[in-house]
Design a binder for this molecule. Structure first.
Ligand code: FEO
Length: 398
């Protein structure tokens, strides 16, 4: 396996993982992922930026050997093990190398890995190192995706190496985003499932990055953004552009009553010119649902009552969506029951962190009848009124 040259003294030495289906045993990966690692070679030194999942170590070392790379510095932008797990072996194989990371990065790396502490050098925000004709600048950027994260900027190439930020869980041998058809869809899904809880911090980082002109953005997952404005513009929209006039309905049904309620509500919302994306949680993966919430103004959770409360599938979805923190303004719970239960309170409680207005629920005893459908009509009317100031059209180029 060879290193892949992507620029003047800039090489990809990472690994593709097309068969991985879950990240953190939680986030669905329909298109696999990659662990991107980079070599930057200057006239007076060589740097390895980030590493790979531990079981892909042999791939990393073979690619490094293919260009005779012996790093003087190893940069760890992020301590999570998909980028750091091979660092103990990297440091053992290259005894001359120093490991560069943030102070918090040192804490987390040494918490999770056995590393030679005396060879770790912390870097300050804005600090630079020179490789002769290449200058690396380190920008502390906490919470993309852990508190210790930083971005590395190669000044002479206008090259940003932001680790998780701007990534996409997409395994492809095509290195360039402009030639990877699926990438923006995967980048949005990635934003929703990895970055969305940190929207406030990302907003600040985006503003700061305006002072660092980027010709290329090479994240640690997925293809390289050879037209960086595409992903920067998409992030600006995901962080600041929404929500728009859209409802996401995440539902599960047991015997069809909740499903009939959802179908009726979808019809009534569309009739009021409200955009809708409805997901049967028994079939849809949660990454798709999360991606849809990025610019939705209202979230409707649909569930039957079972075992005295909401269906466990709906509880799981509500818990994850509540933790991902989409900028939802309104939440409603609908569903069918036979003899009571706590579905509404349970689900509303799980998304209470969104600080959204909780609309009146529609709980139906048994199958939905005309008065129940009328209650759903009223819910659709309430949502349409709440959305009156919102636009239908997404502004992203996704
Ligand atoms: Fe790709 Fe936060 O690790």
């Amino acid at each position: 396996m060879q290193a892949r040259p992507l620029g003047d003294g800039f090489f990809w030495v990472g690994a593709q993982d097309p068969d991985r289906r879950l990240f953190d045993n939680l986030i669905p990966l329909p298109h696999g992922t990659s662990y991107n690692a980079w070599v930057v070679r200057g006239s007076e030194g060589t740097v390895l930026v980030d590493a790979v999942e531990p079981h892909f170590g042999p791939v990393l070392f073979e690619r490094l050997a293919s260009i005779g790379a012996e790093p003087d510095f190893v940069v760890s932008n992020h301590a999570e093990q998909d980028h750091s797990g091979t660092l103990p072996e990297v440091m053992a194989r290259f005894p001359r190398a120093r490991l560069l990371t943030t102070p918090k990065g040192r804490d987390l790396l040494t918490l999770h890995l056995d590393l030679p502490v005396d060879r770790i050098r912390t870097v300050e925000d804005g600090e630079t190192i020179s490789l002769g004709n290449r200058t690396l600048e380190f920008l502390h950027a906490p919470w993309v995706h852990w508190p210790e994260t930083m971005l590395t900027y190669v000044r002479e190439l206008g090259l940003l190496l932001p680790c998780d930020l701007f990534g996409s869980h997409l395994s492809t041998d095509q290195p360039w985003a402009s030639r990877s058809g699926l990438v923006m869809e995967d980048a949005r899904r990635y934003f929703a499932t990895i970055m969305m809880p940190f929207t406030a911090q990302i907003r600040k980082h985006l503003a700061r990055l305006e002072a660092w002109p980027c010709q290329v953005i090479a994240p640690s997952h997925g293809p390289v953004w050879d037209h960086p404005e595409d992903i920067l513009e998409a992030y600006r929209y995901w962080v600041d552009g929404g929500p728009r006039n859209k409802v996401v309905i995440a539902w599960v049904s047991m015997h069809g009553s909740t499903q009939r309620m959802v179908e009726h509500l979808v019809d009534r919302l569309l009739a009021r010119d409200v955009d809708v994306e409805a997901f049967n949680l028994s079939a849809a993966d949660l990454g798709r649902v999360a991606a849809a919430t990025v610019d939705a103004a209202t979230l409707v959770l649909g569930t039957p009552t079972v075992l005295g409360g909401a269906h466990p599938t709906a509880l799981h979805a509500a818990m994850v969506l509540g933790a991902l923190k989409p900028r939802i303004r309104h939440v409603a719970v609908i569903g069918s029951y036979a003899w009571g239960g706590r579905s509404t309170d349970q689900l509303a409680g799980l998304v209470s962190g969104l600080k959204a207005e909780v609309l009146d629920p529609v709980q139906v005893r048994g199958i939905p009848r005309s008065e129940d459908l009328a209650a759903l009509d009223a819910l659709a009317e309430t949502i349409a009124r709440r959305h009156a100031d919102l636009t239908l059209t997404p502004k992203e180029n996704a």
